[in-house]
Design a protein around this ligand. Structure first.
Ligand SMILES: [Zn+2]
Length: 72
């Protein structure tokens, strides 16, 4: 279960989260997953590639995700 470091697009806080293949729909890449920031409690959409690396992110909760992950 890879551990990812990134920044919340809402508050720019450094965030850490664990992501697994079960957290995404693997029929399309980049695959969206919802990330809920522990600092500002807002949810954004992160898009990951087939190695679960973050490609880009969106402020809003976009369609297509299947899971919301809370940050550490
Ligand atoms: Zn935040």
């Amino acid at each position: 279960m890879p551990l990812r470091f990134n920044f919340c697009p809402h508050c720019e806080s450094k965030i850490t989260f664990k992501i697994d293949m079960e957290d995404i729909d693997p029929t399309q890449y980049p695959a969206p997953v919802y990330i809920m920031c522990k600092h500002c409690k807002k949810t954004s959409t992160f898009y990951v590639d087939s190695l679960l690396r973050v490609s880009f992110k969106e402020l809003e909760k976009k369609s297509g995700g299947i899971k919301t992950i809370k940050t550490k």
